[in-house]
Design a protein around this ligand. Sequence first.
Ligand SMILES: Cc1cc2nc3c(=O)[nH]c(=O)nc-3n(C[C@H](O)[C@H](O)[C@H](O)COP(=O)(O)OP(=O)(O)OC[C@H]3O[C@@H](n4cnc5c(N)ncnc54)[C@H](O)[C@@H]3O)c2cc1C
Length: 480
Amino acid sequence: MINGKQYVERIDALNNEVWIAGEKCTGKISELAPFKGIVKSKAALYEYQCKEENEELFRYALPHLKEAYGFSYHQPKRIKDLSNRRKATQEWARLNAGLMGRSPDYMNTLLMTLGVAAPHFAEDREAFGDNIKRLYEKARTEDLSITHTFINPQVNRSIGQYFDDSTITAAKVVEEKKEGIVIHGARLLATQGGLTDELLVLPAGGHTIDDSYIFGFMIPSNTKGLKFLCRESFCYSDSKFDHPLGSQFEEIDSIVVFDQVLVPWECVFIYKNIQTVAGMEDATGMYTFLQFQSVCRQVVKLEYTLGLCELMGDAIQIQEYEHVKQKMSEIITTLEIMKALLLASEVNSHLNQYGTLVPDSQPLKAASQYFPAVYPRIIEIIQLLGASGLISIPTEKDFNSDIQEDLAQYLQGANIEAKERVQLFRMAWDLGMSAFGSRQTQFERFFFGDPVRLAAVHYNRYYTQPYVDMVEAFLNKVGE
Ligand SMILES: Cc1cc2nc3c(=O)[nH]c(=O)nc-3n(C[C@H](O)[C@H](O)[C@H](O)COP(=O)(O)OP(=O)(O)OC[C@H]3O[C@@H](n4cnc5c(N)ncnc54)[C@H](O)[C@@H]3O)c2cc1C
């Protein structure tokens, strides 16, 4: 396991090609304004896992291996492993209020599910099984961090898009060489692109028309020809007072451009085989594990939201009003539903063919439908409770200026001093109203895929027959 310093040194040394605000980043990325907050927050996670008192929860050792590894690279085999995974995921998430959607355990978990299911990839070519196993073991040994891109650019989403190849901008295989495959085109939307050691790429679609879109590989983020084009940063300043969340947890999202990137064969584990892709979830449980990690994090986010709203209510003494209680109850209900779904997935887990204890996918799918729909309402509750308090938020500079006495007098709360009250409401503003907060809402809606299509998959794969039988039996009895 690496510590914070090792993570920062490694990311700086990679010298990834990252573009932001019209410029190519040069020098240490950990020291550049748009990135330093998130790099520091990620480093804090690595630092935390290395603390002696956290050893039991965060590391595991395999009997046949000398070294210990991070929890998210561990293949769960018993219920205790899953509950340990949940506790460690949530303890990490508590260090960032559940706001770091792409903490390292997200992708490490995915790689684990693929690596331990190596025979699935070997069914196509033996080397692909060896490759994914080796990539997993290397990442586990070196405690690598990974970002990913699973989506094609949003140029044309019409049903017929793939019939006209001239408009296709999505990354595809343009050449096959002895040393590897050459990829050209773009992909969306690598959160933390350029801030991780490696990039994991899985098929995004289009495979029914053209198999040049079917590939899965993992390459170092500094591979020649790989570019990360970042959106504008929502980290508006270093001040934790002014931007308590954005200054620390702004992750940055990037478009990934593959400019004739040569991907060595050793890094490839899926290639032009639709069967490998179609059977991937059943063989690995990859999406189920990603949902498990996400729900763990979302529970923590709700815990923080509840605490925040309780403190805001107390600061201006509004808790006695019925509608405020009802709104608080909505947050509590959401929290309890999410916790229950998470635990249900753990309790009803099953061993798959590769010996991995996979959580029950149904409660997690339900959570993945429920949370994106309810999260905007939770944010609305913050806005409704905070009212003008989310607007009367002077900055740290104001509190150090000649107007400080006015601020102290007129912005105090019922039982809290002005500066403390403003700090609290600034946190609520940063979660519910700032650019950082709006991006969080968009993230929760979409990070796992388009909710509309996910709902269709949810329905299509749900086994409704027992309930149909039940109703038919009932109707038969009525007719007797
Ligand atoms: C903040 C943020 C961070 C993200 N981070 C990552 C990341 O790290 N890695 C990654 O790979 N991805 C990431 N994503 C991308 C995410 O996976 C996609 O946003 C999601 O899959 C939806 O795809 P899209 O954005 O291309 O929307 P689109 O597919 O373009 O959809 C746009 C609209 O059209 C509708 N639509 C489009 N096609 C269809 C169809 N066939 N049937 C019905 N309706 C359709 C959709 O319902 C939606 O309303 C991130 C997204 C966000 C917002």
